[in-house]
Design a protein around this ligand. Sequence first.
Ligand SMILES: NC(=O)c1ccc[n+]([C@@H]2O[C@H](COP(=O)([O-])OP(=O)(O)OC[C@H]3O[C@@H](n4cnc5c(N)ncnc54)[C@H](OP(=O)(O)O)[C@@H]3O)[C@@H](O)[C@H]2O)c1
Length: 273
Amino acid sequence: MKIVLQLFLACSLLIVAGGLSAAQPNPAGVTQASPVVLITGSNRGIGLALTKAYATAGWRVIATCRDPSRASELKELAAVHPNVVVETLDVTSEPSITGLVEKYRGKPIDVLVNNAGTSGRYEGQIPGQFDEATFTEIMRVNAFAPLRISTAFLDNVSASEHKKIIAISSGRGSVSKPFLERRAYFYDMSKSALNLGMRKLQSDVAEKRVLVGVFAPGIVDTELNNDLRNGVPAIRKLISPEESAAGLVALIANLSKENQHRFQNYNGETFEW
Ligand SMILES: NC(=O)c1ccc[n+]([C@@H]2O[C@H](COP(=O)([O-])OP(=O)(O)OC[C@H]3O[C@@H](n4cnc5c(N)ncnc54)[C@H](OP(=O)(O)O)[C@@H]3O)[C@@H](O)[C@H]2O)c1
């Protein structure tokens, strides 16, 4: 009798273990084989909308933000989407970066989205009031951090199936577009620097078959856009973060070796660099 009971227990354990390890979809269609996306600045604005879009599409999302204790909307989203994991990442903090790299060592990341950005202090970027500390802060967040994060997680991306690194840039970083404004010098310069850095990265990661996409998200109704305008009414109707995210997700899915040299807006329009 004792032997029969032991056999029954052993079989039950094997069945349960098999069930756990198999790639069975949960109700959202998420499996261990689902692709993984890591997004920076995912607690609000475009980053939060991208997190929602990928979560509902069944991806596993590593949703990073610098202070999860203040990320209530993101945590609510993660509570209803078990495929969303919230992680702390300050993109300008070396210990924060290396801590997360260590945690995810050996784990593939299909798509890395460098979304976190700052408008910087408005007053510090007007001719006559140029402020070095404002310049440094904007450059650190918008230009240096995406390169640092991309190279920090390069092994994870190159070990994945999709192998894509994305930078959320801005049409304001284009040096060919007409310049309409005398403000936000450093923000615009930071996006130009980001673009050039990412284009250089394209050739350096090509041997690992990693693609690098640089996209503009449109003119989006977020805090950053509001801060950049500093009370000046928008010249065009702002789009929602959700509309922007839907366009970006489609561009990311479509990113290829052939089109990665293009600088595309969320709606597929091409900007001159
Ligand atoms: N909105 C537009 O019209 C527009 C147009 C062109 C490009 N973009 C670009 O789109 C991206 C997203 O901007 P958004 O419009 O969604 O702005 P947003 O709503 O103001 O969000 C900015 C995000 O970046 C995060 N962030 C800033 N500094 C960070 C740091 N050191 N470490 C980690 N996260 C940091 C913020 O986190 P905290 O909450 O902790 O501050 C926040 O999650 C930016 O790269 C921006 O330049 C936006």
